[in-house]
Design a protein around this ligand. Structure first.
Ligand code: CUA
Length: 315
């Protein structure tokens, strides 16, 4: 469940409708370019034979070969040009009202993920992890709070930049259940490489169950230890930056922690979400991801352990 390495991210193994279109264009390009390459080789071999043996191909044959080659290049380029424009158009085409609408905001260096509710659907906020139901079109509005980032989940779609003050949009339609890795694909500062993202595609029923849990406020801690952790969390100032729905913590500048224990990773795909890693992260986030916006807070060991126990209870 927490193994970061098991996630898939391959441009050539599409798991979404748009990635499939990109791969089809890629395949066509490879085949046409390979055919041209072999034509060049054949023509070169023909010329060499002509030079070496008087009985090689005649001038007439070579001339015909050159005409065929020129026509093949023009035809190949034309096919690639048309296919490229068509793929571009298909990727940009809206597919009507998507049943699911998200807003993803890039920050140095993490992803704020909001499911925009409406009607009977409550909104949900999480971070660095997107869950989607299979075979459902989803519209994702993209924004950035600081510098240019780029949203890239290779198995589902191509790259799309997140540009400050210029809202963008991407549409996905996952076609396979699985866990897919995403990555910021635009250099955005010191920890650009550690700005990862996980997309989990599941059945509709599993997604609905997850959504219902995410929409609920944080669980009330059941042990005294975790309750002490909640108090320590508030006292240490964590609540200034983080939100835990149902508590006084309502900061918006850092990841929402309402259901942090349900997520696979910490620090935007940097660490698996395990107790030791969570403790290490809180104790010294600058050691793990230098330059990130989370300060190291001076906590005594019992307070640190209590906070970890509390966060681990936030399923
Ligand atoms: Cu964000 Cu690179």
């Amino acid at each position: 469940m927490t193994n970061v390495a098991e996630t898939l991210h391959s441009v050539l193994d599409p798991a979404g409708a748009h990635a499939q279109q990109i791969v089809s264009l890629w395949d066509l390009t490879i085949w046409i370019c390979a055919a041209m390459y072999f034509l060049v080789v054949a023509f070169t071999v023909g010329l060499l034979l002509k030079r070496r043996a008087p009985s090689g191909p005649s001038d007439r044959a070579l001339k015909q070969g050159l005409i065929v080659w020129t026509l093949a290049v023009v035809a190949g380029r034309a096919v690639l040009g048309v296919a490229s424009v068509r793929t571009d158009g298909a990727l940009a085409a809206p597919f009507g009202d998507a049943p699911l609408h998200l807003r993803v905001t890039g920050h140095q260096w993490w992803w704020d993920v909001e499911y925009i509710g409406g009607g009977d659907l409550p909104g949900v906020r999480t971070a660095n992890e997107i869950r989607l139901p299979i075979d459902t079109p989803v519209r994702i509005s993209l924004a950035s709070s600081d510098v240019i980032h780029s949203f890239w989940v290779p198995s589902l779609h191509g790259k799309r930049d997140l540009i400050p003050d210029r809202p963008g949009e991407i549409r996905l339609e996952p076609r396979r259940i699985g866990v897919f890795r995403g990555q910021c694909a635009e250099f955005c500062g010191l920890q650009h490489a550690l700005m990862g993202l996980t997309v989990i595609v599941s059945s509709r029923a599993a997604f609905d169950a997850w959504y219902e849990r995410q929409a609920a406020p944080a669980r009330e801690p059941t042990s005294a230890h975790a309750r002490a952790g909640r108090q320590a969390f508030m006292d240490a100032g964590c609540a200034t930056c983080h939100t835990i729905a149902g508590t006084a913590a309502s900061g918006r500048v850092a990841p929402d922690l309402t259901h942090i224990a349900s997520r696979r990773t910490l620090g935007a795909g940097t660490l698996p979400n395990l107790r030791g890693q969570l403790s290490a992260w809180i104790a010294d986030p600058q050691h793990i991801k230098p330059g990130n916006r989370m300060p190291a807070i001076d906590l005594d060991a019992p307070s640190l352990q209590a906070i970890v126990a509390y966060l681990e209870s936030l399923q």
